[in-house]
Design a protein around this ligand. Structure first.
Ligand SMILES: NC(=O)c1ccc[n+]([C@@H]2O[C@H](COP(=O)([O-])OP(=O)(O)OC[C@H]3O[C@@H](n4cnc5c(N)ncnc54)[C@H](OP(=O)(O)O)[C@@H]3O)[C@@H](O)[C@H]2O)c1
Length: 181
């Protein structure tokens, strides 16, 4: 992989929900927004076209790679990619030390076999969202690097735990072509 790390960052509730049917997040948690901003600052990001469009205005110092099946899609900031493989190769060619996968649900699912690390915010609530984070423990083994819990407070209605996980052994699902990069 030429040293490029692939990380997935997501906030999920007890039921692994990450978003609502109408789009958008099922909660308002400034602490998690700050955590996301701090982790992603200045980095190459991979986002699904829907999440990218929800986040218009966010990409000040990031390089977003937008996953879409539309061949004619031109994102206002960043570049389009049509497969996860293509996005990974693109980030690598751009010299990115890390590619951060930022969702949504379909992108997390497609990119999970590529991920070296996960940065998960477990929200201590059942928010009732419909989009879900995939079961990262099925077929994948992780070690916990960090786990930090914050209680609810005046600004954050739910407690949350920031967890960092590192893949223990290469995924059997990892596309072999990547080893050639
Ligand atoms: N809690 C969190 O951490 C978090 C993070 C991100 C997003 N979210 C939430 O998740 C929800 C959005 O998730 P979503 O799954 O509906 O949308 P999404 O993954 O953001 O975007 C879906 C679009 O991405 C493209 N795409 C997805 N998989 C692809 C693939 N394998 N190859 C090529 N293109 C692909 C397609 O674009 P085209 O239609 O253009 O072909 C598809 O319509 C929202 O509610 C959002 O707020 C939550």
């Amino acid at each position: 992989m030429g040293g490029m790390k692939i990380t997935m960052i997501a906030a999920l509730d007890r039921d692994r929900a990450i978003g609502t049917a109408q789009g958008g997040l099922p909660w308002r948690l400034p602490r998690d927004v700050s955590h996301f901003r701090a982790y992603t600052q200045g980095k190459h990001l991979l986002l699904g076209r829907r999440t990218y469009e929800e986040m218009t205005g966010w990409f000040t110092d990031h390089t977003p790679l937008v996953l879409t099946r539309r061949r004619d899609y031109v994102p206002p900031v960043g570049r389009a990619a049509h497969t996860v493989d293509e996005a990974v190769a693109e980030a690598f060619e751009l010299g990115a030390p890390e590619l951060v996968v930022c969702g949504g649900a379909s992108v997390y699912l497609a990119a999970l076999p590529y991920a070296d690390e996960l940065r998960l915010t477990w929200i201590d609530a059942d928010c009732g969202g419909t989009a879900r984070f995939p079961d990262h423990e099925a077929d994948h083994d992780w070690e916990t690097l960090e786990s930090v819990r914050h209680e609810a407070d005046a600004e954050n209605a739910h407690a949350m735990t920031f967890v960092a996980l590192r893949r223990l052994r290469p995924s059997s699902l990892r596309p072999s072509r990547l080893h050639l990069l």
